[in-house]
Design a protein. Structure first.
Ligand SMILES: Nc1nc2c(ncn2[C@@H]2O[C@H](COP(=O)(O)OP(=O)(O)OP(=O)(O)O)[C@@H](O)[C@H]2O)c(=O)[nH]1
Ligand SMILES: [Mg+2]
Length: 253
């Protein structure tokens, strides 16, 4: 059983990718279960097999405790962490090849709180990996690209788990922009040059160090570019996932 956690900033495409990847894996004769970990979500593009909304009532927490939406999310995730065994049992009973875990929209609530790592550890019944979604909309310039890479690195630091980056929505981003992102990913020199050109003052002095750090992050975390709408990049995604799980190049039956 391989558990894949889909983590990314709000609206980066986690739920859409969960849905599309589940369908893609099923078409390739793998058994798949989807898990919704977002207590506050109203509608999803897939029918989750395991749903955290059956464990916690986000609206009620908000009403009873008289707190706002983000605090209610924090209380909800605490409640989930306390009762995580229920989810574990449900997942174990499904006995599938792949478990896809769609995490909450408010990334920091899952990624930067101890409840998130507790839940991730518990839901990794055998092997686990993270697919970190990079929203190309939030990487439109060299500086925002660097910020996106640092965010990915902080998620990598939080969870001791193999991780890959998936740059999403390539069907709606202009090809010119996608090419720039690909070159920033591939060439530290090219990225440093662009970063210098887009920066002034202190940032310009830091460009070399920032580019070096981004290069290091890139060398530690593999990446793919994909679209959950056209499914472009899905075979590459599967190949990287397979490699992360240490199962050779291609183990589709
Ligand atoms: N064209 C296109 N749109 C996408 C793709 N992936 C996601 N979207 C759209 O982007 C929006 C956000 O996608 P979601 O899957 O809800 O993103 P999310 O990360 O689950 O969002 P939250 O859980 O609210 O943080 C939706 O309108 C999706 O239809 C893609 O690959 N291509
Ligand atoms: Mg979502």
């Amino acid at each position: 059983m391989r558990t894949i956690f889909l983590i990314g900033t709000a609206s980066s495409g986690k739920s859409t990718l969960t849905s599309a990847l589940a369908d893609w894996l099923k078409e390739n004769e793998q058994s798949v279960a989807t898990v919704n970990l977002d207590p506050a979500v109203i509608s999803l593009p897939y029918e989750p097999d395991v749903d955290v909304r059956e464990l916690v009532d986000y609206e009620q927490i908000m009403a009873v405790r008289g707190v706002g939406p983000n605090s209610a999310l924090i209380y909800s995730i605490r409640e989930v962490a306390r009762n995580v065994e229920t989810l574990v049992e449900e997942i174990r009973d499904l006995a599938v090849d792949y478990v896809l875990v769609d995490t909450p929209g408010q990334m920091e609530i899952f990624a930067f709180r101890k409840e998130g790592t507790t839940i991730a550890r518990a839901l990794t019944l055998e092997r686990g990996a993270i697919t970190y979604l990079v929203d190309p909309v939030l990487a439109s310039g060299p500086r925002s690209f660097a910020a996106s890479m640092f965010l990915a690195a902080s998620v990598f630091l939080r969870f001791s788990m193999p991780m890959l980056m998936a740059v999403t929505k390539i069907d709606i981003v202009p090809p010119r922009h996608m090419k720039r992102i690909a070159r920033w990913m591939e060439s530290q020199e090219y990225f440093e040059q662009d970063l210098e050109l887009s920066s002034g003052g202190v940032m310009m002095l830091m460009a070399r160090e920032v580019a070096r750090a981004v290069g290091e992050i890139r060398s530690m975390i593999p990446y793919v570019m994909l679209s959950s709408k056209t499914l472009e990049g899905f075979p590459a995604l599967h190949m990287v996932i397979t490699r992360l799980f240490g199962e050779g190049e291609d183990e589709l039956r």
